[in-house]
Each structure stands twice: as structure tokens, then as C-alpha cells.
Design a protein around this ligand. Sequence first.
Ligand code: FMN
Length: 331
Amino acid sequence: MLKIGGITMKNPVVLAPMAGVCNPAFRLIAKDFGAGLVCAEMVSDKGILHENERSLKMLYVDEREKPLSLQIFGGERKSLVAAAKYVDENTNADIIDINMGCPVPKITKCDAGARWLLDPNKIYEMVAATVDAVQKPVTVKMRVGWDEDHIFAVQNAQAVERAGGAAVSVHGRTRVQMYEGKANWDIIKQVKENVSIPVIGNGDISTPHDAKHALETYGVDGVMIGRAALGNPWMLYRTVQFLETGEIPAEPTPREKIDICMLHMDRLIDLKGEDVAVREMRKHAAWYLKGLPKTGTVRNEVNTKTTRDEMSKLLYGYIEEVEAKQQGKAS
Ligand SMILES: Cc1cc2nc3c(=O)[nH]c(=O)nc-3n(C[C@H](O)[C@H](O)[C@H](O)COP(=O)(O)O)c2cc1C
């Protein structure tokens, strides 16, 4: 059972935090599809402290999303602790997560994200100060190390534990790897064997079988799924079902995919207004279309749409063509 602080998740399947993706619209869908825990996209500590409108909006949590983990990032202890205190006092998130995995130079050059991974002592001091300042459980999401020569995953996770952190999520890549190569689950296993707080394993879980394998082989307490859930919340549902029953539900039909894509868009419109939401949905629509037949034209056209109705007409028009072809084949 995945338990973080006093919160017990109904299953060990965790939606990874993803910037530009994990807003309440998608998180609610992940929840509808059974995820035990959903993580919000990272929010800047400075953005929160300067009361930047966009950052504060990112702290909104719908009650139906809970339990939810809200992630902050920053490179200085003082501002990170202050931002965590703000999240603690002003949001209904259940868990405060600190980002130590973001590999992007814009972030690491401010000592934030994966930059923390080079110094377990600094991690200890910052996490201890955060834990002292807040009521909610504090967790850390990290990569295994900065580069091949600086893999301090075990020391870093132990620092989190000593400092009172409630769990760690570990992505099995170094910062230098970005998203290349393969996640190293042996290091995730070493972390699990050397701390007693829950460890959530992350990296390259693409199928329900991968998730089961990770839980059984590496002993992790939870499995975090990122890219495989993009345009594919069924990945979460099918994984939860497989872990619970041993059976994997069928893949969705093309129409089911577009129905959920439209639900996603409608929730995003409620959140951000039609103009912004439809533009943001372009990338999601392309992800929902992945795996469907002959999507070249529709994927290009998605990028020209600016209203909900245009998008709906395009996507359902495409689905009707697909269904007509399928019926033609069947008869
Ligand atoms: C579009 C995108 C945005 C991401 N944003 C964040 C983020 O805000 N915070 C974070 O800790 N990790 C972020 N990540 C990393 C993921 O949480 C995860 O660690 C990574 O994708 C590996 O898992 P996967 O192989 O299941 O995708 C992001 C990844 C992607 C693809």
C-alpha cells in the first residue's frame, strides 16, 4: 500500500508531474481513470512569493482530484521554504513535493531542479527546514544523479529521509541523459533498499506489465507514469485494473479516445477560456490520435483550429471516416 505521511492511496499508480500537462483538467481525467495519486505541474517558488497571477492559478486544486501532490521548484532554501509555507497554508493540496529532477538549463542554472542532486547536505538542510515550516507531508522528486560520475541517489534519498521527508520519487535517469537512453531501475532498487520511507519508481513505464514488473522486481512502493499517459489515460486505468485483477481491459475504440479528448478540452476551456484552451489542446489532440490509422492530415489540421466547434468537427469527422472504413472491412 502506498502511504505518504497520513495519506493512504487507493492504489500505487501515480500520475507524474508534467509541466504544461498536469493542470486540473488532465489531473481530473487521470483521477477518473483510477490513478491513486496525481501530481501537479511544477510551480516556481519565486512566482508564488511574488504573487504572480499565473503561478497562483497553478495552485488551484479541485476537491475531486485529491489526494494530490503539488510540486514547487527553486534553487534557494529560503524562498523554497517560504513557498512551501504558502502552499501549506493556502491550498488544499495533500502533499508538497520539491522538484530535484528538472534537467532544463533555464532551471538548473538557478541551482534549482536537478542541480540539487550534487549536494546531499544541501538537500538535507533544505528539506529539514521545509518539513519544520509546514504541516503537510513533504516529498522530493529526483533523478538518480547529475551525470554518470555523480550518482548520489542513495545519499540524496537518505538525506531526504533524515530530514523528515515523507517519500521520494526517483526517475532512473541522470540530468545529463535528459530523456535519452533508458531509466536505470537498478539504482531505484538500491534507493529502495537503503531508505525506509516510501519510494516511487519512475521512468519508461509504458505498459501495465512494465508497472507490475517494476513493483515486483524492484520492490518500489509506487509506480509513476508520465509520457505513457499523454493522450492515453487508459494507460492508468488498464494498469490499475491489471494490478488489481490480473486482467487488462481492452484498448479504447477511436471514438472513445476522441470523446475523452473532448472532455479534456471542455475542462480546459472551463479552466482557461476557449482561446487558450483550444491552442493548448492541439498537442493533446495529437497525443490522443496516436496509434489511430492515417492521422497525418488530421494531426496537421488540428494545429489550425482555434475554436471548440472547429476542433470537434475535425476530430469527429475523422472518426466517422475511420468507423466507415472499419465497417466496410467488417461487411
Ligand atoms: C512534458 C513533460 C513535462 C514534465 N514536467 C515535469 C515537472 O513539472 N516536474 C517534474 O518533476 N517532472 C516533470 N517531467 C518528468 C516526468 O515527471 C517524468 O519524471 C519523466 O517523464 C519520466 O517518466 P516517464 O518515462 O513515465 O515519462 C516532465 C516530463 C514531460 C514529458
